[in-house]
Write a protein of this length. Structure first.
Length: 255
């Protein structure tokens, strides 16, 4: 992000936050840090105005905004997935995680799997580093795919992880869920209701559908995803092409 600041401009935290398209969901602490940083830069340039004769003094600053975010990865391990396709699912999240900044002051990850039941494989207390997350994801390849698709149980579990302090979630952090599934759930109404609870509590939900069942009928993916669907809903017809989704998810989770 590039911000050009004229020395005679009055810069306030709200002005800085407004540069980001999802600013209303981000921590105001970041805006205040930028605010004081820009004051310092502007002051320094002002004291050297003679060296800028004939030029409108302006500080051009490249800023990489890192947001404190708690992310739940929700992974379908139902019987409709082959073992190979589960591996492709894991590889997608593994590759995405390699490009994320993981840590106590950055992004933290929790992992949930679902079929007939929902299981919290790791909460936010368990995975402190990128290496921890990558190892945890890799271990999912040893799971056996079986059972139904009770997506709503995983969404409810995700809500608990992101709202209960015992999970290690951070108060004030942005809350995000990424749901990866290959088919429609066993109960659309319950899934829709669980997703709505997440949306109403300000939790971002990305839905990623893979396979012909969800590729040609996106009704449930739209219900799961936050609005707008064009930003939060993604789909791919074949698991082997999931790797093409890595840049998109990295850019959105890392915003």
């Amino acid at each position: 992000m590039t911000i050009c600041v004229a020395l005679n401009d009055a810069i306030y935290p709200n002005d800085i936050v407004s540069f980001h398209p999802k600013a209303n969901q981000k921590s105001r602490i970041i805006s205040i840090h930028l605010y004081y940083f820009l004051i310092i830069v502007s002051y320094s340039l002002a004291n050297n105005r003679k060296s800028l004769t004939g030029i409108t003094p302006c500080a051009v600053i490249e800023i990489s905004l890192v947001y404190i975010t708690d992310v739940v990865f929700v992974i379908d391990i139902s019987g409709s997935l082959s073992q190979e396709n589960l591996n492709y699912s894991v590889d997608l999240l593994y590759d995405v995680t390699e490009f994320l900044t993981i840590g106590p002051s950055d992004i933290k990850i929790s992992i949930v799997t679902f079929s007939n039941t929902s299981v919290v494989r790791h909460n936010f207390n368990n995975l402190s580093t990128q290496s921890d997350v990558l190892s945890a994801l890799q271990s999912l390849k040893s799971l056996t795919t079986a059972g139904g698709t009770k997506t709503y149980l995983a969404l409810d579990e995700s809500h608990d992880l992101l709202t209960q302090a015992s999970s290690g979630m951070r108060s004030g952090a942005n809350k995000t869920v990424v749901v990866l599934t290959d088919g429609r759930s066993d109960n659309l109404l319950l899934t829709r209701a669980s997703a709505t609870t997440l949306h109403n509590d300000g939790i971002e939900v990305f839905s990623v559908g893979v396979g012909t069942e969800v590729f040609y009928d996106k009704t449930e993916l739209y219900a799961i995803a936050s609005d707008p669907d064009s930003y939060y809903q993604h789909d791919m017809e074949n698991f082997i092409h999931l790797c093409n989704m890595v840049p998109t998810l990295v850019s959105k989770l890392g915003e």
